[in-house]
Design a protein around this ligand. Structure first.
Ligand code: ZN
Length: 490
């Protein structure tokens, strides 16, 4: 083992320094492994590449005493941990872990003669718990064979029922299996008397209530915090934190923690001053879990009364909003703002139509849940439902074009085809086609319903156009033309 580490080290000095892809910014930082600071070789730094915290793999594996081999010719790194083999290649996003392909957020890179990999990869594939303290610029690593964090101790300030009870019903899955299906909490906030948790995949939450004091306990099985979580919310080295709930008279605290790590489970506790009715909304499309403490009568949406005068009712749904920003554009603009801006232009045009009554699911920066949007359209018995979104795949900035979704119903497919035709023609983005997709707002609505992905906010050319009034006006007119043609409205 020592020999191969030595070889690895030697070969690293022979490496040619590659010009790094993407924007890498070095940060003055430390790596703490199992409570001890790892001494970093000169010239080696923690860097951030496209929002991913990158750490030098060599520093970590050496300290964990894994076997490492470096192949200069193929630019490949092979890491062996017992019988598990991890193969990485510089500048390639695909890695092979125990014979299976795994996609990294960012390709390993060579920086200052050492290979750096995204921290999330390290945590999931090497059995480490990782947290990134954005304030101290410190990476905290806990190896799984250390007992420094124990079940039931994580996230407790004082032992209370919910903190000491073991979660039930979570089958323990093998390391590879759990790494594959492990989901992450990207962010969390408490606003409008709602807790909104955003995840990077589908998680089935369990919820329970406890008395004395009154608490709502939300468990997210097979879930850990994303490595970027700590940059937007407080997350201490024990992987716990609290949200700001000042201004909410009935909520004394919202705290969260990595409650167990075998299997991984995040627990969020809403401590109440008095028992409060609540609604759990689980939004599979956007991977949001929302606990609404408002009176259910008092939801973000109130169903307007529509004059029953034979007018066609069109519901326009600007995607996301409020606590749910949607995706991020290449220049860090929120999708929700694009959606609202374009949707308001559609509204303005539809208001001029004498035979159409337009209803918005939101006309400001608020977050009605997907269920509430569906409910609104169904209760109105709307004639068509159009949800407006912008696409974004930051990992692939070349992706571009317009796509339109319907779900199964042929009426929805017809509506999709006609709006798509006008939209592609009007804004001239490449035609990605009309697609069947199981998205809640178009699946659970009962009328012809479509979801438009107008273009890619992650593509710099399309972002610029999509954020311009000119292209938004063209897109709005195209959407209105499509709606009118579909409904046969003159
Ligand atoms: Zn969206």
């Amino acid at each position: 083992m020592k020999r191969s580490i030595l070889l690895f080290l030697l070969s690293l000095f022979l490496l040619i320094v590659f010009p790094s892809e993407g924007k890498a910014s070095a940060v003055q930082s430390k790596i703490i492994l199992d409570g001890k600071e790892i001494s970093m070789p000169a010239n080696v730094q923690v860097t951030i590449v496209n929002k991913n915290v990158m750490i030098p793999i060599r520093v970590v594996v050496e300290n964990l005493k894994f076997k490492v081999e470096w192949d200069q010719k193929s630019q490949g790194v092979k890491i062996q941990q017992d019988s598990k083999i991890i193969s990485l290649t510089v500048n390639q996003q695909e890695a092979i872990v125990a014979g299976k392909q795994v996609l990294l957020n960012v390709a390993p890179q060579v920086q200052n003669e050492t290979v750096v990999v995204p921290i999330r990869f390290i945590s999931e594939q090497m059995g480490l718990i990782v947290s990134w303290d954005n304030v101290d610029k410190t990476v905290y690593l806990t190896s799984s064979n250390k007992e420094s964090i124990q079940d039931g101790q994580v996230g407790t300030e004082s032992p209370t029922t919910e903190d000491t009870s073991k979660p039930g019903g979570n089958p323990v899955v093998g390391a590879d299996e759990s790494a594959k299906s492990l989901k992450h909490v990207n962010g969390m906030n408490f606003a409008n008397n709602q807790l909104v948790v955003s995840l990077d995949g589908e998680v089935t939450p369990t919820i329970s209530t406890l008395k004395n004091p009154d608490r709502i306990v939300l468990d997210l099985p097979n879930t850990n915090f994303a490595d970027s979580f700590g940059s937007s919310q407080p997350l201490d080295t024990g992987l716990k934190g609290k949200l700001d709930v000042s201004g909410y008279s009935n909520v004394s605290e919202v705290r969260y923690s990595l409650f167990t790590r075998d299997p991984y489970q995040v627990r969020i506790v809403i401590a109440l001053n008095n028992a409060n009715a609540f609604q759990l909304n689980h939004d599979l499309d956007s991977n949001l879990v929302v606990i609404n403490l408002n009176d259910t009568e008092d939801s973000a949406i109130s169903v307007p009364t529509v004059a029953n005068s034979g007018l066609k009712v069109v519901v326009i749904d600007p995607g996301h909003g409020g606590s749910d920003p949607g995706t991020l554009s290449i220049t860090n603009k929120h999708e929700k703002d694009f959606n609202l801006s374009l949707s308001l232009k559609v509204q303005t045009l539809l208001l001029k139509e004498p035979n159409i009554e337009v209803v918005m699911t939101r006309d400001s920066d608020v977050y009605p849940t997907r269920s509430e949007r569906v409910q609104l359209a169904n209760q109105l018995n709307a004639d068509v439902f159009v949800s407006i979104h912008g696409n974004s795949v930051l990992e692939s900035p070349q992706s571009n074009g317009t796509e339109t979704y319907y779900y199964q119903r042929s009426s929805s497919k017809d509506l999709a085809n006609v709006i798509h035709k006008y939209l592609v023609k009007a804004i001239g983005f490449s035609d990605r086609g009309v697609k069947n997709g199981s998205l809640q707002v178009i699946r659970e609505t009962k009328m012809p319903a479509v979801l438009l992905e107008v273009g890619f906010l992650s593509n710099s050319a399309e972002e610029k156009l999509m954020l311009s009034d000119d292209v938004q006006n063209k897109a709005a007119q195209a959407i209105v033309d499509g709606i009118k043609e579909y409904m046969g409205v003159k």
